[in-house]
Design a protein around this ligand. Structure first.
Ligand SMILES: C[S@@+](CC[C@H](N)C(=O)[O-])C[C@H]1O[C@@H](n2cnc3c(N)ncnc32)[C@H](O)[C@@H]1O
Length: 294
């Protein structure tokens, strides 16, 4: 479709410039470049779950479909609140540490994250949350992080700053008795080091989570999603994490766009009372943090 539109544009340019082929070529290439930034799609066929089941013009029904995509999750979030599910509390990340021990742990963790080249505490300020969760350093036995970090730009969610594997090494350095597990879709970044093991996972494929669950023995203190950063991948990871987290342990989803808040209020509404969730506000993103209470 894109090629057809581009060549039509190029043909009409060709008419107006007559034999000036070099000029035509220049404009045709510019048109191609402009069009390569767009997808041409039939909205009604692409989003069947959201189309109105009613007659009408394509234009009117396509607009209603886009409205439905944008409004369904916010309305589900309102519905959950109406039927009495309390929304997850929204907390500023710096308020997460509740005492001096947790605040000191946050600064000590920041030092390790910065030293290992992770952006979790330089660009972001996630050390406040992880410092609070991991303050009892000697007691933590295992952490899983989905998303090791890759610089290969052919992978969606590749790193624009920081060192690949930096966060895994920082958690290893911070937690003296913990085994650290990483998982990633990019097999080129998998590595093994002292107290670090990594595995392949594709967050959009539940079968690969089953393999990962088999590779990591027992329950974990903390499971982090810092991978693809797309809601369906996040929810797949949450399903894995909620099964794998120990009593008193946490599952944290990082780097949620501020506009996606309703998605996470709906997820909160679906969780049973044995999980307490928080929406954590940070300068560049939201995080969804869940603690297993029972
Ligand atoms: C932002 S990087 C992780 C950075 C690292 N956790 C850190 O703090 O330094 C995101 C990673 O997610 C991985 N990723 C992208 N899509 C994925 C998927 N479908 N399943 C698993 N990992 C994925 C990328 O390969 C990349 O390594």
């Amino acid at each position: 479709m894109r090629d057809t539109v581009a060549s039509t544009e190029s043909r009409s340019l060709s008419k107006s410039y007559g034999s000036h082929f070099a000029v035509v070529d220049h404009y045709a290439r510019a048109a191609q470049r402009r069009l390569s930034n767009f997808s041409v799609m039939n909205v009604l066929r692409t989003f069947p779950q959201f189309i109105p089941c009613s007659e009408g013009s394509y234009k009117a029904r396509a607009k209603l479909t886009v409205d439905a995509i944008n409004q369904t999750l916010p309305l589900l979030s309102d519905l959950a609140a109406y039927v009495g599910r309390p929304p997850a509390p929204v907390m500023e990340i710096a308020d997460f540490p509740a005492n001096d021990e947790q605040r000191q742990a946050a600064s000590a963790l920041k030092e390790r994250l910065d030293a290992q080249g992770s952006d979790k505490s330089s660009h972001h300020s996630y050390h406040h949350l992880y410092g609070a969760i991991l303050a009892d350093r000697q007691a933590i036995r295992s952490v899983i992080e989905i998303g090791i970090g890759t610089h290969h730009s052919d992978t969606v969610s590749y790193m624009v700053r920081g060192e690949a594997g930096g966060s895994l090494r920082a958690f290893r350095d911070f937690l003296p008795f913990a085994q650290i597990y990483g998982a990633d879709i990019d097999r080129r970044v998998l590595f093994q080091e002292e107290r670090i093991q990594t595995f392949f996972v594709d967050q959009t494929d539940p079968a690969t989570f089953e393999q990962l669950a088999g590779s990591v023995a027992g329950e974990c203190d903390l499971i982090i999603d810092d991978g693809l950063h797309s809601p369906h991948a996040n929810i797949q990871t949450l399903i894995f994490g909620l099964k794998k987290v120990r009593l008193g342990g946490w599952v944290v989803v990082e780097d949620i766009g501020h506009e996606a808040l309703p998605v996470w209020q709906v997820v909160n509404a679906l969780l049973p009372a044995r999980y307490q969730s928080y929406i954590v506000h940070e300068q560049h993103a939201l995080l969804f943090a869940v603690k297993r209470l029972e």
